[in-house]
Design a protein around this ligand. Structure first.
Ligand SMILES: *Cc1c(COP(=O)(O)O)cnc(C)c1O
Length: 379
C-alpha cells in the first residue's frame, strides 16, 4: 500500500471488542490475567500498552522498519538510543545537532564516560577524521537547523559500516514522508514526534525505528527498564496526527517553497536557507535523498536589530520555539533555539544575529507571505 494509506490504516484496525474505527485510548496501568502466566499480551502498561503498540506498528511501517518504540519525548528517545552504549564508548555527532541533543551529550552523558566528537557531517572526510577505534555510534541530523545543512545519509552509512558502527539519523525535520533513512542504509531512525508526526503542537513525544532484531531487543529492554514511555493519550494524539501526515507534508512543502522563493526575491532579505532553492549549496543532494523539502527555512535580515523588528512586527506568524505544527512559527535561533551554542561556533555554522527561522505552517500561503512582507516593511 502507499504511504498515505499506511499512515491511516497500519496498526489501526477497527477495535476487535467494539468495532470502534479509532484505536481506543487504553488509559490503564495494568491488565487482568486469566491465570498465572496467562494473559492477552499485555501485563503492565510501562512494558506495553495497546494504544502505544498501535502507534509503534504504524511508525515502523511509515519508516519502512521492522521495529518502533515510542518515548515520552524526542529527548527520551535519543537518551534511550545512547543507552545502547557503555562507558568508554565514543560517538561522532553532527556539529549542527538540535541543541537539546548537544546538551544531553555534553552535560549528562559525558559524566557517564561517553565521549563525543562533533564534525561537519556535510563533509565525509570530516566524519572520517573524527572516527576513533572506540567509536560505537555515528549520530547525524539532516537537514540540520537553522541553516538547513544536508548530510549524505548513504555515504555516511557506508563509512559507518566499514567500521561496523551503527548510524543513527534524527529524521524529525523531514518526517518519513520526505525521507526514509533506513532505505538509505542508516541503522536507527529517531523522531521528535512533537514536530511533524504529531503535527498539531499539542503533545510532546519521541520514537525510535530500526531493523536490527538484536538492537531492537536491547532497545525494548531499555524502554521498559528506564521507563520513559509515551502515555496512551499522547500515543493516540500522534496516531491521529499521522493520519494526515501525507496531506500536511505536501502543503508544508508547497508553502515552504513559496515562502522561500518570495523571501529570496525580497530586497530586505540578504539570504535564504532552504534546501529546495537551487541556490542552496546542497540542493542536488537534497533532491537525491529527499522527496520534498518541507517547511523549515531561515533567512538573513542583516542585523540583530532587523531580526528583532521582524519578530516584533509579525501578526499571523507566532514567535515561538518548536516546529512542524500546522501554524507558522517564527524564531530567532541565536537567542532562542541555539542560545547555548558558543558564539564563535555559532558564527562558524552561520547562525548570525540577523538570522530568523520559520517553520512554515499550512495556512493560506498568501497570508503567510503578506504577514512577512508587512513585518519586513518595518525594517
Ligand atoms: C525537538 C527536537 C528534538 C527533541 O524532541 P523533544 O520532543 O522536544 O524532546 C530532537 N531533535 C530534533 C531535530 C528536534 O527538532
Amino acid at each position: 500500500m502507499g504511504f498515505a494509506t499506511d499512515a491511516i490504516h497500519v496498526g489501526q484496525e477497527p477495535d476487535p471488542a467494539t468495532g470502534a474505527i479509532i484505536v481506543p485510548i487504553y488509559q490503564t496501568s495494568t491488565f487482568v490475567q486469566e491465570g498465572l502466566g496467562k494473559h492477552k499480551g499485555y501485563e503492565y502498561a510501562r512494558t506495553s500498552n495497546p494504544t502505544r503498540a498501535a502507534l509503534e506498528r504504524n511508525l515502523a511501517a511509515l519508516e519502512g522498519g521492522r521495529f518502533a518504540f515510542a518515548f515520552a519525548s524526542g529527548m527520551a528517545a535519543i537518551n534511550a538510543v545512547m543507552s545502547l552504549l557503555k562507558g568508554g564508548d565514543h560517538v561522532v555527532a553532527g556539529r549542527s545537532l538540535y541543541g537539546g541533543s548537544f546538551r544531553l551529550f555534553e552535560r549528562v552523558l559525558k559524566d557517564f564516560g561517553l565521549s563525543f566528537s562533533y564534525a561537519n557531517t556535510c563533509r565525509l572526510e570530516e566524519v572520517e577524521r573524527a572516527l576513533r577505534p572506540n567509536t560505537r555510534l555515528i549520530f547525524i541530523e539532516t537537514p540540520a537547523n537553522p541553516v538547513m545543512e544536508i548530510t549524505d545519509i548513504s555515504a555516511v552509512a557506508a563509512l559507518a559500516h566499514e567500521r561496523a558502527t551503527p548510524l543513527a539519523v534524527d529524521n524529525t525535520f523531514m518526517s518519513p514522508y520526505f525521507q526514509r533513512p533506513l532505505q538509505l542504509r542508516a541503522d536507527i531512525v529517531i523522531h521528535s514526534t512533537t514536530k511533524y508526526l504529531n503535527g498539531h503542537s499539542d503533545g510532546v513525544g519521541g520514537a525510535v525505528i530500526l531493523n536490527d532484531a538484536a538492537l531492537a531487543e536491547r532497545l525494548k529492554f531499555i524502554q521498559n527498564a528506564a521507563g520513559a514511555v509515551l502515555g496512551p493519550f499522547d500515543s493516540w494524539l500522534v496516531l491521529r496526527g499521522v493520519k494526515t501526515l501525507a496531506a500536511r507534508m505536501l502543503q508544508h512543502d508547497r508553502n515552504g517553497l513559496a515562502v522561500a522563493e518570495h523571501l529570496a526575491r525580497h530586497s530586505r532579505v540578504k539570504k535564504v536557507h532552504y534546501p529546495g532553492l537551487p541556490s542552496h549549496p546542497q540542493h542536488e543532494l537534497a533532491k537525491r535523498q529527499m522527496t520534498g523539502f518541507g517547511g523549515m527555512l531561515s533567512f538573513e535580515t542583516g542585523s540583530f536589530a532587523n531580526a528583532k523588528t521582524v519578530l516584533k512586527s509579525v501578526r499571523l506568524c507566532s514567535l515561538a520555539e518548536s516546529l512542524g505544527g500546522v501554524e507558522t512559527l517564527i524564531s530567532h535561533p541565536a537567542t532562542m533555539t541555539h542560545a547555548s551554542v558558543p558564539e564563535d561556533e555559532r558564527n562558524r555554522i552561520g547562525i548570525t544575529d540577523g538570522l530568523v527561522r520559520i517553520s512554515v505552517g499550512i495556512e493560506d500561503v498568501e497570508d503567510i507571505i503578506a504577514d512577512l512582507d508587512q513585518a519586513l516593511g518595518s525594517v
